[in-house]
Design a protein around this ligand. Sequence first.
Ligand SMILES: [Fe+2]
Ligand SMILES: [Fe+2]
Length: 262
Amino acid sequence: MTSVSEAIRRVLLTGEPRAKVMATRALVRQWRRGALTWDFAVEMPDRPSWPAGLVLLPPNRMPRRGRGGSLRNRIALWHSLAHIEFVAIDLALDMAGRFGAARGPEFVGDFLAVAADEAMHFALIDRRLRTLDSYYGALPVHDGLWEAAFETRHDVAARLAVVPMVLEARGLDVTPATRDRVAALGDDAGARILERILDDEIRHVATGTRHFVAVCRERIETPEILWKMLVARHFRGALKPPFNDSARLSAGLSREYYAGVA
Ligand SMILES: [Fe+2]
Ligand SMILES: [Fe+2]
């Protein structure tokens, strides 16, 4: 039998987008069937594989995206969303493979389920892009997303604080406005995709927050205080209001965490 860490590593090192989606689904099915051995001897790569030829730019060198409804702007919007979801697959897989040994089967199952959701999100967006005659990899993408993972590779609390509780929570803040903008352009199918993603992301933030609180309990730390410290130390960006307080709260992220940090 294949070990869980070997299986996860293999998917992380799959770069072709559709192959990564299929491999993620297959991995999650294997996990649920109990077809993987509980063994974490295989290490996660420092960097996962992404599509060959994908042009990575530092965030400050990304071309500015126009907001109007031109085809070019719409492609740029869906392409940037495709990148976020594609990297989200790897972020969830790396969470499970890197920290699973210490955190246990529930943790691994939770983050593999997140990876399966992200693969679905990516597939929906990729399909949207293709109806616009484009595809993931057609435009440059910003290279800041994996940095947060690399920076927090040694500590599960730091990883949870920064990835689900900052990056994914940011998705809760910005997705409603993007959905409304897409709907205003008459793209109802696109708006429905974003609505579905928003629902799933609330669950992802909730999963991350729940496991973060569990780690804090073990370390006898106050979650809100430790979170502020870890974010200050490991997250280079700024926490930008306005916050979607109600979506954040349904994910367990009360204002106690982020009030006063922005
Ligand atoms: Fe997602
Ligand atoms: Fe997510």
